[in-house]
Design a protein around this ligand. Structure first.
Ligand code: UD1
Ligand code: M6R
Length: 694
């Protein structure tokens, strides 16, 4: 969804052209999140007389000091329009700035259609006294808007964001009237604005009254500061734990602010994860941090007075290669093919070797102090959305089997809609790749208020879910850029299988089973490598299905989740109707759809449900169903009643790990169908990578 990026160079000369490139590249790194318009603001330096007549396009407003460019559509249309507008104003791209603050934003429309007036930066009005880029939703914007209108402000957008720069201008003018000779500081203005805002947000402010300064603050939505020291001596002398490091004024440096680590890692790995209630003031090359002691919660009461805080930087555990496509055409393709490595990383350091050099047990560092509490829970409740929900569903049977604790499933939004019962004796497990999904986050807040032990399973260190859960496990799958979740799904299942092993005691009766699962985990990367060899076969299958309207996927037991997840992949990227069906429900409705035209994938790999699935295949065959059967290697002849059926033969692994293998051909099928049908693989229509609004 929306993305924020800002770039501030201090004590180092940067041409306007370079600054624009950094801002555009930052926006390109945010593209994968999903957006429908974008905008930037940089400094002008032309005299007012030259700029006043230069507002050449409806999407561009140019004041005497700050330039704002906003455009509907993709980043490249923004880039084109900026260069066109710059050419029209004869703005010098070679002009150098030894200090300059630029801000940028990708917008996912919530309040108001995608249009330049609704894009960010949003402005306080003509003159651009204050500009704001915003992620999140301001829930009380209507009240604020009514007040500002009463004070003479006029609004040009339908956004909730526009109240923020206007409120800043209002506060600034009032404060200066009152203070007389003592001008109000930028952070004082923003702190006062924050006091009036309700909802979730990450914000960056830029103002013509405070040239070369930026303010960043957040409550609920993520925001990171990246720091690149340019003076070698200075950076050698500073350690990450030196909390004075940030406040050192005067040292040449480049600072980056973003809602997403992907946009920062190519510049620096030194970051500060900004916390809720914190206000960062960047001025004269230094960063000061103010924090409200009782930062107003997402729905809470007014905060107290802010105090100054010192924070240490941390290092991003991420490589630039992770966010590049490498030799692949699309991120989804790359992420499908890197699953042997991603599941390996997920397990690294977590499988403990026994005497015979074989892995014998599991150590999940983030959970070891909480296992007793989890074992004593009345039930375990899995909560998630989309693919993360499906991964939890795939893992439920093994968790029930090994832990003996009842496991229930909750789609996050439905739990909230029903205000379903959550008790102090529950362990609620929140599964989320991004760790920022609004529904899951709100469900976490709800479960936490109800006293449950809250466990997170997320891919994003420092994400809201990772921070707000009592404990958890990072899946360590590496950055996932494609909107369609692939490698995170398989890593989530691997983590939850390890979770089941960690919770379940090592008893004599279950030892053989545990060892088989652990051996299966150790060999899983090889098996994933093997199943990826079906790539060409899946492309051929996609060619056969290219013009279909619909595809059904039948699964049960461990692979009911595979059916749901395979169908989700096909519908979200290939834009083909697809439904995952619990095979046990076949005769209760779906059988009516079966004819010789509708393609149906039936998952019938070896597990406790195998014979039931064989019977399903027979019944579909009797009705002339057009079947594509997924079976275990070597089973094709015995499983398929007719020669005409397509067969997908996959390697056999321990039953609870089979979903990791079985989803891979369906991911490949969805990928090839999408390419062949000519759709956007990595940014499917209408979808965002992180769904940060409800
Ligand atoms: C941790 C380190 C890892 C190091 C390893 C061995 C981190 C992020 N991980 O991995 O770099 O190699 O020790 O020393 O520093 N947590 C939550 N909620 C979540 C996810 C995690 O509260 O949703 C918490 C965990 O309870 C834990 C911490 O975050 O306290 C790190 O979790 P995780 O990375 O899974 O721990 P380790 O695998 O032990
Ligand atoms: O980041 P999360 O795992 O919390 O995201 C949940 C869903 O939005 C996500 O899995 C979505 O269903 C994917 N686009 C599926 O590929």
């Amino acid at each position: 969804m929306c993305g924020i990026f800002a770039y501030l160079n201090f004590g180092v000369s940067r041409e306007r052209r370079y600054i624009l490139q950094v801002l555009f590249n930052g926006l390109r790194r945010l593209e994968y999140r999903g957006y429908d318009s974008a905008g930037i603001s940089i400094d002008d330096s032309l005299p007012p007389s030259a700029t006043s007549s230069s507002s050449s396009s409806s999407s561009t407003s140019i004041s005497s000091s700050l330039l704002v460019f906003r455009q509907e559509g993709n980043i490249e249309s923004l880039v084109k329009s900026v260069y066109e507008d710059v050419a029209a104003t004869e703005l010098n791209l070679e002009e150098s700035f030894s200090v300059h603050a630029g801000i940028a934003h990708t917008r996912w429309a919530t309040h108001g259609e995608p249009a330049p007036r609704n894009s960010h930066p949003q402005t306080s009005g003509a003159g651009n006294d204050f500009l704001v880029v915003h992620n999140g939703v301001i829930t009380n914007y209507e009240v604020l808007k009514a007040t500002l209108v009463r004070h003479g402000f006029t609004f040009e957008s339908e956004t909730d964001t526009e109240v923020i720069p206007k409120l800043a201008k209002f506060v600034f003018e009032k404060a200066n009237e009152a203070e007389g000779d003592q001008p109000v500081t930028f952070s004082q203005v923003v702190l006062e604005v924050m006091r009036h805002l309700e909802g979730a947000y990450a914000l960056i402010f830029k103002s013509k009254h405070y040239p070369n300064e930026l303010i960043a603050c957040k409550r609920g939505s993520p925001l990171l500061l990246g720091v690149k020291e340019l003076n070698e001596d200075a950076s050698n002398g500073s350690t990450l734990h030196d909390s004075q490091f940030l406040s050192k004024n005067g040292q040449p440096k480049e600072l980056f602010l973003s809602s997403d680590a992907n946009a920062i890692v190519e510049h620096t790995k030194k970051v500060l994860v900004i916390e809720d209630g914190e206000v960062l003031h960047i001025k004269d090359g230094g960063v000061s941090i103010l924090k409200f002691d009782n930062a107003k919660g997402r729905h809470g009461a007014a905060p107290s007075r802010p105090s100054s805080v010192q924070r240490a930087l941390s290092i991003l555990d991420m490589e630039v290669e992770q966010i590049n496509k490498g030799n692949y055409e699309h991120y989804m393709q790359k992420e499908i093919h890197e699953q042997p490595e991603s599941v390996t990383t997920t397990m690294r350091g977590r499988l403990i070797r026994g005497g015979s050099c074989k892995a014998k047990s599991v150590l999940l560092g983030g959970l070891k102090d909480h296992l007793k509490t989890i074992r004593r829970s009345r039930r375990i409740v899995f909560v998630g959305c989309g693919t993360s929900y499906n991964a939890a569903l795939a893992s439920r049977p093994i968790l029930e089997e090994l832990s003996d604790v009842p496991v229930t499933m909750e789609v996050a939004s439905d739990l909230l809609d029903r205000q379903g019962p959550i008790y102090r004796e529950d362990t609620a497990v929140f599964v989320s790749q991004s760790g920022e999904t609004a529904d899951t986050l709100n469900a976490l807040e709800y479960a936490s208020e109800n006293g449950a032990l809250c466990v997170g399973i997320t891919n994003t260190v420092g994400s809201a879910i990772a921070r707000h859960t009592h404990c958890g496990v990072h899946i360590n799958a590496g950055a996932e850029i494609g909107v369609a979740s692939t490698k995170a799904y398989t890593s989530q299942i691997v983590v939850m299988a390890m979770l089941a092993l960690a919770i379940g005691g090592d008893t004599i009766s279950n030892r053989a089973r545990r060892e088989a699962i652990i051996d299966g985990l150790c060999d899983l990367p090889n098996k994933v490598r093997e199943v990826l060899k079906l790539d060409a076969e899946m492309k051929e299958l996609a060619k056969l299905l290219i013009a279909e309207q619909s595809l059904l996927v039948f699964g049960r037991g461990y692979n009911y989740a595979t059916a749901l997840e395979g169908a989700l992949k096909v519908k979200e990227v290939a834009l083909m109707h697809s439904e995952g069906i619990l095979a046990g429900e076949m005769k209760h409705g779906p059988l009516a759809l079966v004819d010789e035209n509708l393609p149906i994938v039936v998952i019938a790999t070896r597990d406790a449900c195998f014979s039931k699935q064989q019977s399903v295949i027979q019944q579909l065959h009797a009705r002339k169903g057009r079947l594509i059967v997924m079976c275990s290697k070597g089973d094709a002849a015995s499983v398929c009643p007719g020669d005409s059926y397509r067969v997908i033969e996959v390697p056999i692994v321990e039953d609870c790990l089979q979903p990791v293998i079985n989803i891979v051909p369906l991911q490949l099928l969805a990928y090839h169908l999408t390419v062949l049908r000519g759709y956007n693989v990595d940014q499917p229509r209408n979808l965002a990578k992180s769904v940060t609004t409800q």
